[in-house]
Design a protein around this ligand. Sequence first.
Ligand code: ZN
Length: 251
Amino acid sequence: MDDPVRLTRRTVLAGAAATVAVASLTRETSAASGTRAPSANAVSTAGPFVLPALPYPANALEPQISSRTLGFHHGKHHKAYVDNANALVAGTPLAAKAPEEIVRLAARGEGPADLFDNAAQAWNHSFYWRSMKPKGGGEPTGALLELVQRDFGSTDDLRKQLVQAGASQFGSGWAWLVFDDGKLKVTKTPNAETPLTGAATPLLTVDVWEHAYYLDYQNRRKDYLQAWVERVVDWEFARANLPAAAKGGGK
Ligand code: ZN
């Protein structure tokens, strides 16, 4: 997009064309100052990737996650990944595929070089919003509780492992609860990496990029993770994601 200041200078120099150019500048300026997040690819919002509405109001996770954090995270960071991913597949055969498949194909080198990062981040964030809920936390139920007790000992041990995985992820990334090879496991991935590209089934995730917590916790990532596993995590979402064969629990 043209820089408005440069456009203004050009407009002045343009003489006779100035009136028309100013009219167009005015439109651009009012669009840019609106509530929509600025994006390099704001024109391309249609495509396989969708920015989902948050499953709860932006202030519903307070005080653990502020509406300011959630607003920026969803409306700017996630939106940019969605817009970029859609722009990168537009006009290619990848545009007809499902997001999960695009992530897997991009991980194997299909598409432009930056497709994987944007596509995986678009998918990971949609999964993250649903891994949380207002008044979350507590204990898992049903088959998930049985598997947690079998594979971790207790929910408290699972919480500790999730906090430890997220806190020890060097730099940006994600901590995950996955179902892998017949067992629940806690894993972590750097940057945009996601279990989608491997054999494990992702059950839930917590975002440990600084943009997920810095406004609320600054450098205290561990405090964010602790609050997350105690008050925000949605175990029901994880339980719903168990593969059919695991839904009988640990019996
Ligand atoms: Zn994020």
